[in-house]
Design a protein around this ligand. Structure first.
Ligand SMILES: CC(C)(COP(=O)(O)OP(=O)(O)OC[C@H]1O[C@@H](n2cnc3c(N)ncnc32)[C@H](O)[C@@H]1OP(=O)(O)O)[C@@H](O)C(=O)NCCC(=O)NCCS
Length: 184
């Protein structure tokens, strides 16, 4: 693969060309199964405030998105950056591009200020990728709003991972997680 560049773009600053590039990236992976990518509610998940995009010749070959939210864990309010839309184009995988995008996402979350932890949920088979990026698994029940707008209550055991920003990993509170909205 040719050399890539990584750009960081606030959601409201995405140009129509950049939206088109992201649409192509996501549709090439998910359109058959989930239909068209929609930037405001991608596949029914929460949208992103910030997009970290890997480009080759202006073409998007990778993406990580995140959004700030105050959630409740046990009895405490925790400020998180919810991460989603983590995708590397098929032909560009296995070359540490995902790792590089996650590292840039972590840097931008920290630079934003006032965010306690990065937060994400994923499939069991990609946990080793996020672990390689320095994320730590937590075991807790999670409540959220599902992709169709329904209430979802997941028992403990689903892959949930956090990344320390303003707070150290050990200070993640005990108890059930209420995302107070859709997951990313
Ligand atoms: C998961 C994904 C983002 C990883 O991106 P990538 O650029 O291929 O991964 P990297 O090359 O940066 O891998 C970084 C490390 O994670 C490991 N890793 C990557 N994908 C892995 C996987 N599926 N299972 C186990 N380990 C994995 C790599 O071996 C590497 O380890 P190393 O540092 O010891 O060499 C990419 O495969 C992808 O887009 N998959 C399809 C979409 C998807 O599943 N997204 C996640 C949704 S939650």
């Amino acid at each position: 693969m040719k050399d890539h560049s990584i750009v960081v773009i606030a959601h409201e600053k995405l140009t129509s060309d950049e939206l088109g590039e992201l649409q192509q990236l996501f549709d090439s992976e998910y359109r058959d199964e989930f239909g068209e990518w929609r930037p405001q509610l991608p596949y029914g998940y929460a949208p992103h405030d910030v997009h970290i995009i890997a480009q080759v010749d202006g073409r998007a070959v990778g993406h990580v998105g995140w959004a700030r939210r105050e959630i409740v864990v046990g009895t405490q309010t925790v400020v998180i950056a919810g991460v989603g839309g983590v995708l590397i184009a098929e032909g560009a995988r296995g070359r540490h591009l995902g790792f590089d995008l996650m590292r840039e996402a972590e840097r931008t979350m920290r630079a934003h200020g006032g965010i306690d932890f990065g937060y994400l949920g994923c499939r069991e088979d990609v946990v080793p990728f996020y672990a390689a990026c320095g994320w730590t698994r937590v075991h807790a029940a999670e409540r959220s709003i599902g992709r169709a707008g329904e209430l979802v209550a997941d028992p403990p055991g689903q892959p949930i991972l956090i990344f320390p920003l303003c707070e150290p990993t050990e200070s993640w509170p005990e108890g059930e997680i209420d995302l107070r909205g859709r997951a990313w």
